[in-house]
Each structure stands twice: as C-alpha cells, then as structure tokens.
Design a protein around this ligand. Structure first.
Ligand SMILES: [Zn+2]
Ligand SMILES: [Zn+2]
Length: 89
C-alpha cells in the first residue's frame, strides 16, 4: 500500500493524509476534474495532465460544479451532455 502524502487544504490549511473528498474543516472539495473526459482525482496527486485521456484541460471540482449549474440554468444540459467531444456517434 502506498502511503498517502500529507497535504494542506488549499483553503483553510488543515493538514490531512486521508482519502477524504472534502475538507472536514471548511468543506472545500479536494478533487480535480478533467474538463474533457470528466475523470476526477485528488488534487494533491498534482497531475499536470489527465491520467485518463491526456488532456491538460484540468479544472477544480468547484469550477466544474459552477459550470454545470450555469449550463443547467441555460438549459444546455440534457441529451447534449452525454455526447463526447461534440461528435455524434
Ligand atoms: Zn479546509
Ligand atoms: Zn480526461
């Protein structure tokens, strides 16, 4: 078993070694999401590129959530959301 690396919460500075998805102190999500394929992982792994598709378009899950909310408001979310890369299969 690989030992988890210690890291600080980017918002409140809480030190953690766990596999938690959110900071128990301030509720900040500790997840990075690939803006292209939607894969996610803990931010402290510090990947520069998506391990699933190689994209460098990485976003914070908070941003991803905001984006989703905005799209929902605009009514863009729906069957268009399941299409990958905008290409019809
Ligand atoms: Zn925190
Ligand atoms: Zn990806």
């Amino acid at each position: 078993m690989a030992k988890n690396k210690a890291f600080n919460c980017p918002k409140c500075g809480l030190v953690s070694w766990g596999d938690m998805g959110y900071c128990p102190e301030c509720g900040t999500p500790w997840t990075i999401v690939c803006g292209d394929c939607g894969a996610s992982w803990r931010f402290y792994w510090e990947y520069a590129f998506c391990p699933a598709c190689g994209s460098g378009n990485l976003i914070d899950i908070t941003v991803a959530r905001q984006k989703r909310m905005e799209e929902k408001e605009k009514g863009k979310l729906g069957y268009a959301g399941i299409r990958k890369g905008g290409v019809d299969v």
